[in-house]
Design a protein around this ligand. Structure first.
Ligand code: PRP
Ligand code: URA
Length: 209
């Protein structure tokens, strides 16, 4: 069964508080989402394999560690997932980035896929699907199915905030996928918004309404 990790590091939780606040404007919201994504990436990459190599320091020869070449792919779900990409790339600059375009139909709340573009070797990569919000779980579920249909084998899901309903959907449909969150919130409201949540992540990131 996939594990659910809530990353309750004090820096993540502090910044998340300001992300949630209604009074936080677009510029600050964007900067904070970026920063939290970077901090979360630090935790998510904790189990990356390393190998020992021998190097010359200015003083002597030393056996030291280096990443053993595991290939990573980031897959933001458009559009709000884009807000987390740069923060992660600042830690893993060599990662390739694919995109899945999905929006929630406001009536049915069902996701509609409108775009997909992925690295050619996704089956060899460890993919991190990124979206600030896991609400009903429909978008992330569809995105993960779409990646698996195209050969992806190794997937993690990273979201800022999730509702229990969305987590259950991913656990049931994708027991192989570990979920990383900054917060597991209380519930969904009747419009499918996460409570207490942060409102509409895409609109707050891009200043739309
Ligand atoms: C938001 C969010 C997720 C989705 C979560 O996207 O960024 O992708 O809703 O909801 P779900 O778990 O119920 O599917 P939205 O559809 O508003 O599109 P946007 O990113 O383009 O604003
Ligand atoms: N999408 C958002 O942007 N916010 C929510 O609370 C739920 C879905």
């Amino acid at each position: 069964m996939g594990n659910v990790y809530v990353l309750d590091h004090p820096l993540i939780q502090h910044k998340l508080t300001y992300i949630r606040k209604k009074s936080t404007g677009t510029k600050e919201f964007r900067e904070l989402v970026d920063e939290v994504a970077g901090l979360m990436a630090f935790e998510i990459t904790r189990d990356l394999p390393v190998e020992e190599i021998t190097i010359d320091t200015p003083v002597t020869q030393a056996k030291t560690k280096t990443l053993s070449g595991k290939k990573i792919g980031l897959v933001p779900i458009l559009r709000a997932g884009l807000g987390m990409v740069d923060g992660i790339l600042s830690l893993i600059p060599a990662a390739k980035v694919g995109h899945v375009g999905l929006y929630r139909d406001p009536e049915t709340l069902k996701p509609v896929e409108y775009y997909i573009k992925l690295p050619s070797d996704i089956e060899e990569r460890e993919l991190i699907v990124i979206d600030p919000m896991l609400a009903t779980g429909g978008s992330a579920n569809d995105a993960i199915h779409s990646l698996k249909k195209r050969g992806a084998k190794n997937i993690k899901l990273m979201c800022l905030i999730a509702a229990p309903e969305g987590v259950e959907v991913i656990k049931e449909e994708h027991p192989d996928v570990d979920i990383y969150l900054a917060s597991l919130d209380e519930k969904l409201d009747e419009k499918g918004y996460i409570v207490p949540g942060l409102g509409d992540a895409g609109d707050r990131l891009f200043g739309t309404k």
